[in-house]
Design a binder for this molecule. Structure first.
Ligand code: ATP
Length: 516
């Protein structure tokens, strides 16, 4: 299936099955803002829990906080967001569509990469087992031409971004003959900078002095609480502060579902280290965070590390963990070495000393920071992209059927188990409800007695329930039930007395955490 068709199907599926709705749909929606439905909210909570446990619970030197969305306006002056949190935007004069100039160029570069991959694939087919990829890419004329174009473009692009050279960004778009995907024309406006922060007024007095911002990242809430947490928690460096919370960005381009939203959630951790040790910790957190994603059990090939072309104003090293979304490899998480930029800036702007007294060195310093920042919504989308499958299945009588299944790892699945009486009579519903009650203490469960068992399985597959438990007539006498496994569709007969233990083992977050 084509990737854009797959993406459309995933979006339609999340709506149809109560995962994600367009915000204010009743009023035709609000651009790039989404609501999570009954299953979406559960999945989101489970992802948060997986992150919180992996970062806070499993690390004795990391603690978690929950800071306010509203902060003193000077925080954003100090952090550089008022002056530098901009994206370069460009409009197509014919379609009137707005784009991020840097994204247009990155997409063009990615197309060149894909052309190289196609050449490699073609050659691989032609040469079979004797194919030597390294020799091919270093000698094939087409590949060399594409690669040279990529290298020249990357250098020029990087320089234009670093120098905020907006004229050259536009010139790159012209020179690469990038056309608007909607109108197909190359009729572009100039490139302009656009600040992504949402401003609002605090209290009843209007005017500049009372303008406050909806936070564009959760990190600053951690920085301004560094001293509070360090002192009250008697934290010794190296240590981390984690938090999960909403962030807001007035994104220019917002066309990729929950990938780029104007209101979203971040899961961030700032790790405070001794100056000079940041690169060691940067490498450490790159590995740890990659493993956190891989522990979900999906193909490693869909994740890659990508070093930044342009470093943000605060960073001395930065890597993205990219995921292969249906629309290509894109950033899922950022790992940034932020130096002492933020704490030093807050020290300067607040006039208060923000330092750490190192007993071993017998001196004070402003700690350096390594940050891990992952989007909750992007993690959600990566999970759905991995988990969504359309399958043809063969039934017992040899006929075939279609199913859409969400193969969400059991510990994260919104509903863990659905209990079903085979028929709606003969005391089966009563026993099924009894079993349901015993499982509900620990797990989010459902009860379903409508339609055929096959139809009920399809419904549970569609929302990703890992286990269905069927109560039949034999259950009344042998005290056993049938567990049906979502992914393998295998069925096994187990004692009712064992059920809780079996399910709890499979759906426990421990299954994920012990892989880290
Ligand atoms: P991008 O280049 O895609 O705009 P970014 O580099 O600006 O992302 P960061 O500032 O590093 O992103 O934010 C950390 C994480 O927050 C990102 O890796 C992403 O998962 C998430 N994130 C950022 N912006 C958005 C958004 N508009 N919608 C959803 N998630 C976002």
């Amino acid at each position: 299936m084509a990737q854009d068709e797959l993406f459309k199907n995933i979006i339609a599926h999340t709506k149809e099955y109560g995962y994600i709705f367009q915000s204010s749909e009743l009023y035709d929606g609000l651009g790039a803002v989404y609501d999570y439905g009954q299953y979406g909210a559960e999945l989101k909570n489970n992802i948060k829990q997986y992150w919180w446990k992996a970062m806070v619970q499993m690390n004795e030197n990391i603690v978690g906080i929950d800071s306010a969305i509203f902060m003193h306006p000077t925080v954003w002056k100090a952090s550089g967001h008022v002056d530098a949190f901009n994206d370069p935007l460009i409009d197509n004069k014919d379609s009137k569509k707005r784009y991020r100039a840097d994204v247009l160029i990155e997409e063009y570069r990615e197309k060149l990469n894909q052309k190289i991959e196609k050449e490699v694939e073609k050659a691989q087919k032609r040469f079979g087992d004797s194919f030597d990829k390294a020799t091919f890419v270093s000698t094939n004329a087409n590949v060399l031409r594409y690669q040279s174009e990529i290298d020249t473009l990357t250098k020029r692009f990087q320089a234009a971004l670093e120098n905020s050279n907006l004229e050259d960004l536009k010139q790159i778009i012209i020179d690469c003959e990038i056309a608007c995907p909607i109108s197909g024309t190359k009729n572009w406006t100039e490139v302009r900078q656009f600040n992504l922060m949402f401003g609002t007024e605090l209290g009843s007095v209007a005017g500049d002095s009372s303008t406050i911002y909806l936070r564009p990242e959760t990190a600053q809430g951690i920085f301004v609480n560094y001293l509070n947490v360090q002192k009250t928690g008697r934290m010794r460096i190296p240590f981390g502060i984690a938090q999960i919370g909403k962030a807001f960005r007035n994104e220019i381009v917002a066309r990729q579902f929950i990938f780029r939203m104007r209101e979203f959630e971040q899961m961030e951790m700032q790790f405070f280290v001794k100056p000079g040790e940041e690169m060691k910790w940067f490498e450490h957190w790159k590995t740890v965070r990659r493993n956190w994603h891989l522990a979900l059990g999906f193909s490693e090939k869909r994740y890659r590390m990508h070093d930044h072309d342009k470093l943000a104003h605060y960073a001395n090293a930065a890597t993205d963990i990219e995921f292969e979304f249906p629309f290509g490899f894109k950033e899922l998480e950022g790992i940034h070495s932020r130096t002492d930029f933020d704490l030093s800036q807050h020290q300067t702007f607040s006039g208060k000393k923000i330092q750490y007294f190192d007993n071993e060195l017998n001196e004070s310093y402003v700690p350096y920071v390594v940050e891990t920042s992952v989007g909750l919504d992007r993690t959600f989308l990566s999970l759905l992209s991995n988990a969504y499958a359309e399958e043809t299945i063969t039934k017992e009588d040899g006929s075939t059927d279609q199913r859409v299944v969400l193969k969400i790892p059991a510990p994260l699945a919104p509903v863990k188990v659905t209990v079903m009486p085979l028929v709606k009579k003969d005391g089966l519903p009563e026993l099924a409800r009894e079993i349901l009650k015993s499982l509900q203490f620990e797990h989010n469960c459902q009860y379903d007695e409508k339609d055929s068992i096959g139809k009920r399985y399809r419904r549970q597959d569609a929302i990703g329930t890992p286990f269905c438990v069927t109560v039949d007539h034999d259950s009344l006498t042998d005290q056993k039930v049938t567990i049906r496994h979502r992914d393998s569709m295998l069925q096994e007969r187990v004692s009712i007395s064992e059920l809780e233990k079996i399910i709890s083992y499979q759906v426990s977050m421990t299954r994920l955490l012990e892989k880290l």
